[in-house]
Unconditional design. Sequence first.
Length: 272
Amino acid sequence: MQCGVSTACFYPQETSKALEILHEGGIRNAEIFLNTFSEMEAPYIQKLKKTACPDMHITSIHPFTCGLETLLFASEYEGRFEDGLMLYRRYFEIARELGASKFVFHGCAKQADFPFEEHCRRYRRLRQTAREYGIDFCQENVVRCKCGQPEFVRLMREYTDDDVSFVLDVKQQRRAQADLDEMLDAMGDRIVHVHLSDYTPEKDCVTPGKGVLQIDSLFRRLIRSGFDGDVVIELYRDGFSDLEELCSAARLVDRIYADSCRAVGAEKEQSS
């Protein structure tokens, strides 16, 4: 694992420029947060690809239409679901073109009057479609959405027969006032991607290592459950000072992760 950084950290900096900044700073894993329809067009994707090649890995794609996912995928209007599916096929094409293996999905808003079991059925259809492109379609825990709470995560695993992947976002877990251990229990071994941040008593989203989150404990818990995915730093622009702070945090996270792997390995040796 080599810690990455999301282009979303620099929002509202234009996406290709944000990717350039990360590349120039030495970041070699990145999540791309697409911000508008023009960024889905072929010339723009080629621009992103040119920036990333040959030595930057794009871990995941995050769509700006995440705010529309209730409208598209959690309503009784079947035609809108089919149109949404067609739109997301374009995202999956983009992910494949950029070499990203994961796609981040927010899903149904918590206030939506739509059967959650049906939402999970539609998630599976989106997931099966993403597989056609070699993409893992991943549900994120988000404060404004039903899966921001562990009980809905557990239901999602039940309603999908465990055919689900999760993105653990620790700032969203904090904002939803969900217990981290409970969320980890609910997601279990289905976590494939992590959006990492830290927090202080005064601010709920700061650079990893600048707050009180026990990152080593989190990593050991993930590794014990079999996690071998990507960890990406995802902050808001007021959560860090400059690029060097992000790069330093990524290096720190790499060290903590490596130490955590060794610690878990030692535990296994002692118990065998």
